[in-house]
Design a protein around this ligand. Structure first.
Ligand SMILES: [Cu+2]
Length: 169
């Protein structure tokens, strides 16, 4: 019975996934913020979206806050010459005038941390506030989507070694 319910939810989400949600404020457009469902014991989850700057002025994403999540960081995934993937904490992300910055698996991403026993579940919405230097605060919701619905080949953050993390500054 449980399986049947889950399948129904998944079908519903697939049907609605095409309806991208976005948030616009003062020349900044945040497109389809989403996160993948996580394993039950996962301590971290990645968040993805696009941020378009349609204004004539450069802006900067300073930080992301989420009431229900102890720690949220901006990360950049990089693979070094030995094929070792690591994540580098960003103190902010520049959003140049007229450009779109992609937060996607294997690159820039939002790192929701210290989930401690409260995994991201399919259909859940993670409330968060993006703080920009010029556009100010934009409240968004990250839709939690099925991992398999994505074609990018998401890295499993749960298995990544965060001890490799170094600061960008
Ligand atoms: Cu990360």
């Amino acid at each position: 019975m449980k399986t049947l319910i889950k399948a129904t939810v998944a079908t519903f989400l697939l049907a609605t996934a095409a309806q991208a949600h976005d948030y616009t404020k003062e020349g900044i457009a945040v497109g389809h913020p989403m996160a993948f469902e996580t394993a039950k014991n996962a301590n971290v989850g990645g968040g993805y979206m696009t941020i378009a700057n349609t204004s004539d002025n450069a802006d900067k994403l300073l930080e992301i806050r989420a009431d229900d999540i102890p720690r949220v960081e901006l990360h950049l995934s990089q693979t070094d010459e030995n094929g070792v993937a690591r994540m580098i904490k960003q103190e902010g992300v520049d959003i140049p005038a007229g450009e779109t910055v992609m937060f996607q698996p294997g690159g820039l991403h939002v790192m929701f941390m210290e989930l401690g026993g409260d995994p991201f579940e399919l259909g859940e919405k993670i409330k968060a506030t993006l703080v920009f230097e010029k556009a100010g605060e934009i409240a968004v919701e990250f839709n939690v989507e099925e991992r398999s619905s994505n074609g990018h080949g998401e890295m499993d953050h749960g298995k990544m070694d965060h001890s490799n993390m170094k600061k960008s500054d």
